[in-house]
Design a protein around this ligand. Structure first.
Ligand SMILES: [Zn+2]
Length: 683
């Protein structure tokens, strides 16, 4: 959830700008190589103590951001001469002032955002339009532009230049914390994309989001070849999340489960190839047989229109909006580069190689054989969502609900108990008191989430569903997950070496701690779960989820590579390509395990439509979580959590090397899965 919140915040930031000089024509860069050389030569003449490479980098970076509206070449030259800080002490003084200014700006804008969104986020009674209007208002939307206009951005760019991911990985090995902090300052102004391009993407992305969040299938209107319905009349499922979860839940139905799963998969295939009748999307008025693709009413078959290419048009629109930004990104000049090397900070080829390794491991075949054995039938394509490894707790749901509702009748009760929970997990009392004092617990209107602080003088917020009757077990389980996020947010704000390094490398790292907390929820209730299979089941369950999501991510990445190779493609051409790509990935990595080829199932994910290239982050979340959990096992839990999350925001690989002594790797999960399948008798 946090990821989506961040995405929305970033978009609000990009979208909000409508600066007069950018409205009609794009403001062009105007600093040429000769001017850059003139500046660097002159700066070098003035000092012998400064690293030539650093001057070169700073001036080049500032020049790449300078536009006609910022001034003439001559003005650029004198700006650089006046604002380049040569003595190291002076530069360090300026740096620490910048840190304080940025903490003030980021922190207070974030605090305003919290205040303006309170009624939307919290269970505060009826909503009015005014709540949505304030919620959508972003007070900091013009900040980046203001910082270019008043030239602060150029002072930062000139003195604290941007380092690419490759440079960070190579040079960073020997960097001090101060050098990392300076490099992070350099990330603040890495590109200058005209506001109207950000607005355009915001618009197409909102459209894509509406498209996927308003695409429901009325399950009670689905019929099989005998005209029978198999699902409850009032069951309405959102694509693809609810459809997938319906497949998962039917593993427990030994009577009709398989037929229902088959039917859900038929629906998915109609969505993927867009032969789905438009009259059955968001409507249950007509009966639909998805296998034969026939629509009928009380009088018999009726004609219909197929959806066509709408699904793929959304992706084409996102592609064009994001591709338009390429030329304004001097280093990361494709969206693929910006997503991976920029946001995730792991290069795309590295991601692909890691996924390829796990997807082609011998373990996938072994787990596949185990599932086949447990199901007593050949595998079906949708068994990528096989749900039978979840270890069912031996404690009844009623008992758990009773325990949590009486322990936590309201948000305050959970807030008060956080200190005890941390002590239970191994924290010293005083430190537990500090950490819990920085977290406010509130009853959420929607789903649970954790909102981190952006300055030390700000709380982080834990929000969870809280019915009048008290916190039920499901709400508690989510609250413990969010609590893990809040603990990470507090340590990585207060205990990192510099403000510029606050946080963690990317969202996968906070999810890791959230899941580590969540998996200790019964322990925190004082309950012991004595199922001896539990650890093995959990390992295989995680492994199978990784196998599934890495395949889906492969489709997503290949789709974007194809788009860059075919920039003028139509939605119809993209549809054909997407289905081919999904089948290719299936045939390479799944056909050998499932025994069937040419299945398009991996193309069903809605993320591909509205969160372009986001899917890979989930795989990293799983891997990092597993690696950290395994490393912590047997060690002092609280000490290790404190040590890791106070490292600060290095690159993911540099952080992992410091945290667990190894890069992000498949090896721990592969080894553990091997042991688990052997435990269950598969050699
Ligand atoms: Zn989370």
């Amino acid at each position: 959830m946090k990821n989506i919140v961040i995405l929305v915040m970033i978009m609000a930031f990009i979208v909000g700008c409508s600066c007069p000089e950018n409205k009609n024509n794009i403001d062009a860069p105007n600093i040429d190589t000769a001017t850059i050389n003139m500046v660097t030569t002159s700066l070098l003449e003035n000092s012998e103590s400064v690293d030539t490479a650093l001057i070169d980098k700073g001036v080049n970076h500032a020049a790449s951001l300078w536009r006609n509206s910022d001034g003439t070449k001559e003005e650029f030259i004198s700006f650089c001469k006046e604002n380049f800080f040569i003595p190291k002490e002076e530069k360090a003084q300026v740096f620490s002032k910048l840190e304080q200014y940025f903490e003030t700006l980021n922190g207070n804008f974030a605090q305003i955002g919290v205040g303006l969104n309170n009624n939307l986020a919290l269970n505060n009674g009826p909503l009015h339009d005014i709540d949505k209007m304030f919620g959508a208002y972003s007070a900091g939307a013009h900040l980046a532009n203001d910082l270019y206009n008043n030239k602060i951005a150029f002072i930062v760019a000139l003195n604290f230049p941007y380092y690419s991911l490759t440079e960070k990985e190579e040079l960073g090995l020997n960097w001090t914390n101060e050098e990392w902090a300076w490099a992070r300052m350099g990330d603040k102004f890495d590109s200058r994309v005209p506001a109207q391009l950000g607005q355009k993407f915001g618009q197409v992305n909102t459209d894509a989001d509406i498209y996927i969040s308003d695409y429901n299938i009325y399950m009670g209107s689905l019929i099989n070849s005998n005209g029978e319905t198999m699902f409850p009349d009032d069951m309405v499922l959102l694509t693809h999340w609810n459809l997938r979860d319906e497949i998962k839940s039917n593993y427990a139905d030994t009577e009709n489960g398989l037929a229902k799963q088959d039917m859900v998969y038929s629906v998915m295939k109609r969505i993927i190839d867009q032969t789905i009748p438009t009259s059955v999307i968001n409507s249950g008025e007509l009966k639909w047989n998805p296998v034969a693709n026939k629509v009928s009413d009380a009088n018999g078959d009726v004609s219909f229109e197929m959806e066509g290419d709408d699904r793929y048009q959304q992706i084409i629109n996102s592609f064009h909006a994001l591709q338009a930004m390429d030329e304004f990104n001097p280093v990361l000049n494709t969206y693929i580069e910006r997503n991976f090397s920029g946001d995730m900070e792991i290069a795309q080829p590295e991601v692909e190689a890691l996924f390829h390794e796990l997807l082609s491991s011998v373990q996938v075949k072994k787990v596949g054989a185990l599932i086949k054995q447990r199901l007593g039938r050949d595998l079906k394509p949708y068994d990528i969502w096989y749900d039978g490894f979840k270890s069912r707790s031996s404690i009844s749901a009623d008992l758990l609900n009773e325990k949590t509702t009486s322990k936590y009748p309201n948000a305050k009760a959970f807030e008060v108990d956080m200190q005890n929970m941390l002590v239970d997990l191994g924290w010293e009392n005083e430190r537990a008191e500090f950490l819990s004092s920085r977290i406010k617990v509130e009853a959420a209107r929607g789903s649970g989430h954790a909102l981190g602080a952006e300055m030390k003088d700000m709380y982080s917020y834990l929000r969870t569903r809280l019915p009048e009757t008290g916190m039920n077990y499901k709400g508690y389980n989510i609250a413990v997950h969010e609590f893990g996020h809040n603990v990470e947010q507090t340590i990585s704000m207060h205990d990192v070496p510099y403000y510029s390094m606050n946080g963690i490398p990317n969202t996968a790292f906070t999810e890791a701690l959230a899941f580590i907390f969540q998996s200790r929820d019964l322990q925190l209730l004082g309950i012991k779960d004595n199922n001896p299979d539990k650890i093995y089941l959990k390992t295989i369950d995680t492994f199978w989820s990784i196998y599934e999501i890495m395949g889906v991510s492969m489709v997503d990445m290949n789709l974007w590579k194809w788009l860059y190779e075919n920039p003028n493609a139509t939605a119809l051409e993209l549809k054909v390509a997407a289905i081919d790509i999904a089948k290719d990935v299936w045939n390479s990595y799944y056909a050998p395990v499932f025994g069937t080829s040419d299945e398009p199932i991996l193309a069903i994910y809605s993320h591909m439509i509205a969160y372009p290239l986001y899917l890979s982050a989930y795989s990293f979340g799983h891997l990092i979580n597993f690696q950290i959990e395994q490393y912590i096992s047997g060690k002092d839990f609280a000490n290790e959590v404190e040590r890791m999350y106070s490292i600060g925001r290095l690159t993911p690989q540099a952080w992992m090397q410091k945290a667990v002594g190894a890069k992000i790797s498949n090896e721990p999960i592969l080894t553990a899965t091997q042991a688990a399948v052997e435990y269950f008798g598969v050699k």
